[in-house]
Design a protein around this ligand. Structure first.
Ligand code: GLP
Length: 260
């Protein structure tokens, strides 16, 4: 796990976009794993700008969202299918047919989850997975207690997460209780994982995920088992880390050839 502490979200967005750009130049038909939430938005803005300005080409890219609410009507503005399109994929040249989101409206939920796992596998697996983190340490919607080997499935949201996400819905009552999410085992299969956290409200989750034990009580701690996980933080999100000075020193002295 590499922890990189940067001054703010602009620098984080630029570094994460560099990683996506390097991947697309190497592999134009790469498979991207996309996260929702507010944290990755500056990355999407930066990628859209690079597409606009420099022709960064997404025409052959395939994309898989991490998760989706269960039970929202098709076209609901806060469904993650809509959010991902609005915030990112419609602003670059990814074909809508290549953007996959778990089907939270499926009549047969277990079958929809299996189909999602199959689709990721048939695409060759995720090359680069972007992640945010919940204040309770969830990634995707893998709430505390999630199996570290879990695959795409239905989960029940913890009330803290519903409260955190109520700002998007207007009222807490409108936030669904159930979601579909890639499992922790699914996320671990991605070849490279970049988790971004900003703001003091994420400091405890960041400490738990990077420096705590690998334990289901902090789902994101499973990334300690990933061979290529990069954690991009601003100063506030990094403020509770014990080894912050070591992370800064390592990044400052990183061999130039290594990249992210
Ligand atoms: C939601 C998403 C997560 C995201 C989290 C944090 O619960 N399912 O993928 O990481 O919110 O959101 P934010 O980045 O807005 O803090």
């Amino acid at each position: 796990m590499e922890v990189v502490i940067l001054p703010g979200s602009k620098q984080i967005a630029s570094l994460a976009a560099d990683a996506v750009e390097a991947l697309l130049r190497r592999k134009p038909d790469a498979v991207l794993g996309l996260a929702t939430g507010s944290t990755p938005l500056p990355v999407y803005v930066e990628l859209a700008a690079r597409h606009e300005r420099a022709g960064l080409d997404f025409s052959r890219v395939r994309a898989f969202a991490l998760d989706e609410y269960v039970g929202l009507p098709a076209g609901h503005p806060e469904s993650y299918r809509e959010v991902i399109a609005r915030e990112f994929t419609a602003r670059v040249n990814i074909s809508p047919a290549n953007v996959h989101v778990p089907d939270g409206a499926a009549a047969d939920i277990p079958a929809a989850c299996r189909a999602y796992e199959d689709a990721i596998r048939d695409a060759g697996g995720v090359d680069l997975q972007l992640l945010g983190v919940g204040t309770d340490g969830h990634i995707g919607f893998n709430e505390p207690g999630s199996s570290l080997a879990s695959r795409t499935r239905i989960k029940t949201l913890i009330e803290q997460t519903r409260r955190d996400n109520a700002r998007f819905f207007g009222s807490l009552a409108d936030v669904p209780h159930h979601v579909l999410t890639q499992g922790l085992g699914t996320i671990l299969d991605a070849r490279h994982v970049i988790l971004i956290a900003t703001g003091a409200q994420k400091a405890q989750a960041v400490r738990d995920l990077a420096e705590g034990p690998v334990a289901a009580i902090c789902a994101a701690s499973v990334l300690q088992l990933h061979p290529h996980a990069t954690i991009l933080l601003d100063e506030a999100a990094a403020s509770s880390l014990r080894l912050a000075d070591y992370y800064r020193h390592s990044y400052d002295h990183k061999p130039a050839w290594q990249g992210l």
